[in-house]
Write a protein that binds this ligand. Structure first.
Ligand code: ADP
Ligand code: MG
Length: 710
């Protein structure tokens, strides 16, 4: 191991020197980055298959696989290392190892070590075979967690002899147990050595110079084989900036596209009809609803295309605002579309809006993934013929074969669940309709401006009158019995309850199993007194619809459900919510769930059952029980968990970054935004070859192209 490492180091230095002296064109060009990893000498068929399981096929994909953290192996001083921290030390073995077997494969090996002036203990778990390699008098280098009170190191890394020859920093990759870290590092070394000369520079020199960023070739070397923490920092700075610049270029292009192609169709709605419709609603609009309706109507009438985000906390009454705007477009002879992320929510919207709009003479139709065959064909035909005024459904609405006769306005509900890509498809549907996105996820202002920068924002910042604050209580998991008694009281009073089941990450099947179990328990508990219903994602669309209808019409008293009821569902008579295992949910999600109650005039309750193991978990539970303010919770969630978790990985609609985080790298995000806007206006961006990679991002996003071609 040692001699090879030394060779690598020498080769690296030579390579660095070469790169410096001859620019990018290194001399040994043997391989291209797009070659399969197996064309590297040293990576055979089995290795190739392992890499494939990790999603790595080409050399490029290998070298672009970044570690998620770096392990620090620099020698530390024991007396200056705080309790609980990891450290690396050199020491002399002072005792014969003692081994204790605690199970067939479990063991605990302990030795005494002299570290400087300190005599400390070192403990190795399940590595009893090291016994023969640890002899008194011998020098060893170990890394592990420092237990200051017990003067003990819990060893995670061990090496015979002094530290010399071992790297100070080692990357740690997310390898899912498929490949061992050292093996993966060896492959990485091979790849970087063989393909170094082929690594293209993807950022123009002017940007590298302006921000003192390393080249891509240098960056990869520094990320995968850093010598100092500064290497990691520099490399990260470059990767983050580049990722964010690409992201902001797309955003800036969308914005510019909209301004240039901004001429939408004016929608001259019928004000009298609109007033009559608003008067026919079962309630008086709140001040905020009136203000937002005015904003929307003004924009409908203008020739500018609407591209707007409507933010309003759960329960603020976004649906009715959508109905009014859609009706306005319909009175001017246009069609409208309303899209929701789940079938349940889409169904509910169809029902609600039909209830309000049919009396006004509007034809409403519903389309989802489960609308099939003849029914689907018929809807599509009637839509094209202009016989349907308003189409409500899931993303089935934006399938290529769904064409409108004259689409004027598209609204998507719970927009944070639709991606940037879908935003674009929507904007391009038909004759460039006005588009409104509604979300209850309160995106903190700073983030909204940068991440949804191409849109205008309207805010519903007022709740309908007469709402009472939801009372939220956090209880330990062993307090289920009193919670059920409390729930029963609500049911006796004629109200309804939700019970949300534990979430098991990445396993829909287990989630369903949980819900089925809880359903069984509660059915037995309430037997003969109250009806319990079951809802989860595996039910058929018509079963879901039936359960939802039974619940909203009061035939089910207590609904046991997975998180499929998370967004939008509206049953105002439900006043009690019990969430099992609440620590598994993020704040934003808990807030969404809680928003299913407190939708009527009655006092509502939300019980969080949780035994958080971490401080962060406790803090989340405390925060939930202290505030109902969605914006405050969102800020807190971002602070605690970063943007990736905040938006939820799969449903965020934001790109997945390798290193960047929209919250923690906020300053870089802002710099990138300014740079992106400036670049789009500059000549060199469009003409200079150094900008090829960046320009491709803009071209691939599908905007600005038409203007460029003619
Ligand atoms: P969200 O903003 O979470 O989508 P909804 O549009 O579902 O909220 O509205 C929540 C509940 O409040 C619904 O039952 C709706 O009918 C009712 N609501 C909406 N606006 C008002 C209002 N101005 N006055 C009274 N109730 C209202
Ligand atoms: Mg809603």
């Amino acid at each position: 191991m040692k001699p090879r490492k030394a060779v690598w180091r020498r080769r690296r230095q030579a390579k660095r020197w070469k790169l410096k002296s001859s620019g990018k064109t290194a001399i040994h060009v043997t391989l291209s980055l797009s070659d399969p990893v197996t064309s590297l000498k040293g990576i055979g068929k089995t290795a190739g298959e392992q890499l494939e399981t990790l999603g790595i096929h080409t050399i490029e994909e290998l070298v672009m696989m970044f570690p998620y953290r770096h392990e620090d192996f620099r020698l530390k001083d024991l007396s200056e290392t705080p309790h609980g921290e990891r450290l690396t030390i050199e020491g002399r073995v002072e005792s014969i190892p003692s081994v204790l077997f605690t199970g067939s494969k479990r063991s605990r090996l302990q030795i005494q070590l002299l570290v400087g002036q300190h005599l400390v203990k070192a403990v190795f778990f399940n590595q009893h075979y090291l016994k023969d390699r640890l002899n008194p008098g011998q020098i060893v280098t170990i890394t592990g967690k420092w237990d200051r009170g017990r003067q003990l190191i819990n060893v995670s890394n061990f090496k015979d002899g002094p530290k010399i020859g071992q790297a100070d920093f080692e990357p740690v990759y997310s390898l899912k147990g498929i490949v061992k870290q050292p093996t993966f590092r060896r492959w990485m070394r091979l790849a970087l050595d063989e393909a170094a000369g082929e690594i293209p520079e993807t950022l123009p020199q002017s940007i590298l110079t302006a921000y003192k960023l390393p080249t891509l070739a240098e960056t990869l070397e520094m990320v995968h084989f850093p010598d100092t923490p500064d290497d990691v920092k520099h490399a990260r700075r470059r990767v983050v900036y580049e990722e964010l610049l690409h992201f902001q270029l797309k955003m800036a292009a969308l914005k510019k596209d909209r301004k240039e192609a901004g001429k939408g169709t004016p929608i001259p709605y019928d004000l009298e009809k609109l007033k009559l419709f608003i008067a026919s609603l079962p309630f008086e609009l709140t001040g905020a609803q009136k203000r937002v309706v005015n904003e929307l109507c003004a924009e409908l009438k203008s020739p500018l295309r609407m591209n707007r985000l409507l933010q309003g906390d759960v329960g603020s009454g976004k649906t009715v605002v959508a109905a009014i705007a859609l009706y306005a477009a319909i009175t001017a002879g246009f069609q409208g579309a309303l899209m929701a992320p789940t079938e349940i929510l889409a169904e509910q919207h169809a029902e609600t809006l039909a209830g309000w709009l049919k009396p006004a003479g509007v034809t409403v139709a519903f389309l989802s993934g489960s609308t099939k065959g003849k029914a689907r064909r018929e809807i599509i035909e009637r839509l094209e013929a202009g016989e349907i005024d308003l189409l409500i459904g899931t993303h089935a609405l934006i399938q290529p074969d769904v064409n409108f006769h004259r689409l004027g306005l598209v609204i998507t509900d719970e927009q944070h669940r639709f991606g940037v890509e879908q935003r674009r498809v929507l904007r391009d549907k038909g004759e460039h309709p006005d588009v409104l996105f509604m979300t209850a996820t309160p995106i903190p202002r700073t983030l909204a401006i940068t991440a949804f920068g191409e849109m205008d924002v309207s805010l519903l910042d007022e709740m309908p009158a007469g709402r009472k604050e939801i009372e939220t209580h956090w209880l330990k998991e062993d307090s289920l019995a009193p919670v059920l008694r409390r729930m029963e009281k609500e049911l006796q009073a004629g109200r309804q309850a939700y019970v949300i089941c534990p979430l098991i990450e990445e396993s829909d099947t287990l989630d369903v199993q949980n819900a089925v179990d809880v359903f069984g328990q509660l059915s037995a508990y309430f037997a003969g007194r109250f009806t319990v219903g079951l809802m989860h994602g595996r039910l058929h669309a018509d079963e879901k619809e039936q359960v939802m209808r039974d619940f909203s019409e009061g035939r089910i008293d207590c609904l046991v459900s997975t998180t499929v009821v998370e967004v939008g569902v509206n049953v105002p008579n439900a006043t009690f919510m019990l969430i099992y295992d609440a620590t598994r949910f993020g704040l934003a999600q808990l807030h969404q769930l809680r928003g299913r109650v407190g939708r009527g005039a009655d006092q509502s309750y939300c019980i969080l059952l949780a035994d958080p193991k971490t401080e962060e978990g406790k803090e989340r539970m405390m925060t939930m029980s202290e505030t109902n303010d969605g914006f405050l919770l969102a800020e807190k969630d971002l602070e605690l968990r970063g943007s990736g978790d905040f938006f939820g990985k799969k449903q965020s609609g934001l790109p997945e970054f390798k290193m960047a985080d929209l919250v923690h790298d906020f300053r870089a995000l802002e710099t990138a935004r300014q740079d992106a806007e400036r670049l789009l206006e500059s000549d060199e961006f469009w003409n200079d070859g150094a900008y090829d990679g960046l320009r491709r991002t803009v071209e691939e996003s599908g905007v600005l192209q038409s203007e460029r071609i003619d």
